[in-house]
Design a protein around this ligand. Structure first.
Ligand code: GTP
Ligand code: MG
Length: 198
């Protein structure tokens, strides 16, 4: 899929106030600092459209970006970051769970995980919660540039195998990406493009 336009629409802490256009949308979620905002910029090829930072906790609201004037990418706050105060963390959890439970336009979540790490309890719990609530999601492995090329596939397969060893009977769709290397861009955009056309 070709990106012809990408525009920031609004930031919000209330799912009821998100854009009311009936366009399909795709939301990026995962631990703080995993690379959600960077991945959005990489997909639309616009540095700085979504705000990124080396410090975890940068994205604190639900951010809507209208793509090609007919679908949305949504950048969400990270979960599971210890340095955010307890009160803020609770607020993040609330936006996130309300967003996923109430947002009718949501077509699929993308759960981002750092390819260097083994499955973390908070990610497994979140995926399980999505499953229980019948919310479709795909897994996006991020920061593949941080691993030696011969380890990338191996590490991703080991991660997926652990899902199968756990509660999952089949592995969700998955993508290997690096925002700094523009890796996985076509695959992800084509996946979204195919769903949009269904
Ligand atoms: P929060 O908004 O805080 O939840 O973080 P986030 O998940 O949006 O992460 P963000 O995109 O802000 O990136 C966090 C850090 O990881 C930044 O320093 C990015 O430059 C870096 N980063 C993101 N993607 C990649 C990648 O593919 N490769 C490398 N090497 N670094 C990356
Ligand atoms: Mg962010």
């Amino acid at each position: 899929m070709k990106i012809t336009s990408a525009e920031f629409v609004m930031s919000n802490s209330n799912v009821a106030k998100c854009p009311n256009e009936p366009l399909p949308e795709y939301a990026f979620i995962g631990r703080s600092n995993v690379g959600k905002s960077s991945l959005i910029n990489m997909l639309v090829d616009r540095k700085g459209l979504a705000k990124t930072s080396g410090r975890p906790g940068k994205t604190q609201l639900i951010n809507h970006f209208r793509i090609n004037k007919n679908w949305f990418l949504v950048d969400l706050p990270g979960y599971g970051y210890a340095r955010v105060s307890k009160k803020d963390k609770k607020t993040f959890q609330k936006y996130i769970t309300e967003y996923f439970l109430k947002r009718k336009q949501l077509v699929s979540g993308f759960v981002l995980v750092d390819i260097r790490h083994d499955p973390q309890p908070v990610d497994l719990e979140f995926m399980e919660w999505l499953g229980v609530n019948q919310i479709p999601f795909a897994i996006v492995f991020t920061k593949a540039d941080k691993l030696k090329p011969n380890l990338v596939e191996k590490q991703a397969n080991a991660y997926l195998q652990k899902l199968l060893d756990g509660v999952w009977e089949e592995v969700p769709p998955h993508f290997i990406t690096s925002s700094s290397q523009h890796m996985g861009r076509e695959e992800l955009l084509n996946y979204i493009g195919d769903i949009n056309q269904e």
